[in-house]
Ligand binder design. Structure first.
Ligand code: GLN
Length: 205
């Protein structure tokens, strides 16, 4: 079966995610076609979704204007997987503490939009991530921090004592940009690794 992966492409880094999802799928012997989502009507045809980084105020406005927001909510409510990165995580969160971002409430966390950006604009850090065998090279760009974490949210990684990768049901959210490194283990973790399997081995590169 060929999987359909949708990359929300109203704004932000789209081609890197498209590339990462193709390589992650191939690591698991899966066929995937990638569709870029700029209009409503495509999300319902997708098996998995990516909500990239960019500018959360712009992404949330365009998602609502184009009628894509409700489709993304329906996708996750149907139990289908999604990876939301950086601004994508802000948009997917329960609360971004900023009226300009109409959040989707799909990840039960509140976020501080530019928490890491105020300190340093951009940095890379080796991050220990639950389910991966060795540290992930995480690229942070004006990255949000996660403040409050709901009871059903699993924290997958922390940096500087704050959560930066979480799983809430079918959604994995990261503060950093996993698509900007050649390492596709986060995409594999979000979509292709059966983490529920008893004694699942950590993903190796
Ligand atoms: N902090 C940015 C925002 O609020 C997100 C930055 C990013 O996606 N790299 O939209």
């Amino acid at each position: 079966m060929t999987l359909t992966a949708g990359v929300v492409a109203v704004q932000g880094d789209v081609s890197e995610h498209a590339d990462a999802i193709r390589r992650a799928a191939s690591a698991h012997g899966e066929d995937v076609v990638v569709r870029e989502i700029r209009d409503s009507g495509i999300v319902p045809e997708c098996d998995l979704l990516l909500l990239p980084g960019g500018e959360s105020t712009t992404i949330s406005r365009l998602l609502h204007e184009e009628g894509i927001a409700a489709e993304v909510v329906a996708h996750v409510e149907a139990g289908k997987p999604m990876l939301a990165t950086c601004a994508g995580l802000i948009v997917a969160s329960r609360d971004a503490k900023d009226d300009r971002v109409e959040t989707l409430g799909l990840v039960d966390v509140s976020v501080d939009r530019n928490a890491f950006g105020r300190q340093r604009d951009s940095f890379e850090a080796p991050l220990d991530v639950e389910g991966l065998d060795e540290p992930f090279p995480a690229v942070f760009i004006r990255a949000p921090a996660i403040d409050e974490v709901g009871p059903d949210v699993e924290v997958l990684a922390e940096w500087d004592g704050r959560p930066v990768a979480v799983r809430d049901g079918a959604v994995v959210g990261t503060s950093f940009h996993p698509e900007l490194t050649p390492d596709v283990r986060i995409h594999r973790l979000a979509f292709f690794a059966d983490r529920s399997a008893e004694g699942a081995e950590p993903l190796t590169r």
